[in-house]
Design a binder for this molecule. Structure first.
Ligand code: ATP
Length: 258
């Protein structure tokens, strides 16, 4: 089995004692990018946390590289799946390089500050997110968008086959949104990301999973899944497909008709 193979079998996800999602069966192709979309509260974060092993499965299974995520030791899991949270609390007084270095924890002995390989991984990750010059700055001095990229760099430095990203493009300007998704693509890792921007989901991901009414409502290539009918049903927004005049790719036009 290739590294980064991720699948769920009849997965149910619960949070705060409430089942949020049921019967989710998914195969995420190694190296591919899956966008998870759905209205607020549809269960995107809960699904991502369950995939990452941070929440127990309320039923069914998540497998990474053929192994049950919820049975793996924490260090082994952290070498296979990196989770980048939506809005993590910042550990006080860390330099950016130190924050990114936390991604190397699964490879270090408890009291080690890291060797040359770890330092190289940190610099490479900072390079990927265009923050090379920020390595020695305090995290407290970063803008919201720079901070998002620093957290992503920590996930990249973790050097896992699977990256799970909760709203990675929030707070980013449009150039950095596209750059970030291109960077993630170039890493070649299996990526599952919650996104709110349906245009980005369609343009930048191989497949889109739509969560609706506690289920995996649809999954497949964005242009097949994000049809005007589905967008109207799930999001209550009128949509049309248009073909980009230069690239010939399908895009979504959204219109509020209320
Ligand atoms: N700790 C908790 N206790 C109880 N209910 C929770 C808890 N965390 C989340 N929920 C509820 O579970 C449901 C799913 O939440 P989740 O955060 O997964 O949705 P989401 O699709 O990521 O939402 P958003 O788009 O707003 O980020 C929501 O109804 C939310 O209120």
């Amino acid at each position: 089995m290739s590294a980064g193979a991720l699948c769920t079998r009849d997965l149910s996800c619960a949070v705060g004692g409430r089942t949020v999602l049921s019967h989710v069966s998914l195969d995420v192709e190694p190296g591919s990018m899956l966008a998870v979309v759905g209205v607020n509260g549809s269960g995107k974060s809960t699904l991502l946390r369950t995939l990452s092993g941070l929440l127990p499965a309320a039923g069914g299974q998540v497998e990474v590289d053929g192994l049950d995520v919820h049975l793996l030791a924490a260090r082994d899991r952290a070498r296979r799946i990196a989770f980048v949270d939506q809005d993590p609390a910042l550990p006080a007084d860390l330099l950016v390089g130190e924050l990114v270095g936390l991604g190397r924890t699964p490879y270090r002995s408890p009291w080690s500050s890291g060797g040359p390989d770890d330092r190289d991984a940190v610099r490479e990750a900072l390079h990927h997110v265009d923050l090379m010059d920020a390595e020695h700055r305090s995290c407290a001095t970063l803008s919201g968008g720079e901070m998002r990229r620093a957290w992503l760099a920590r996930g990249i430095a973790q050097d896992t086959g699977v990256l799970v990203l909760d709203e990675p493009t929030n707070h980013l300007d449009v150039r950095h949104q596209l750059d970030l998704l291109r960077t993630v693509r170039a890493l070649g890792r299996t990526t599952v990301a919650a996104v709110h921007d349906l245009g980005l989901a369609l343009a930048c991901f191989d497949r889109v999973l739509v969560l609706h009414d506690g289920r995996a409502h649809a999954v497949g290539p964005g242009a097949h899944v994000l049809t005007p009918d589905l967008v109207a049903e799930v999001f209550g927004v009128a949509a049309a497909h248009v073909t980009h005049p230069v690239t010939g790719r399908t895009h979504l036009l959204l219109e509020d008709l209320t």
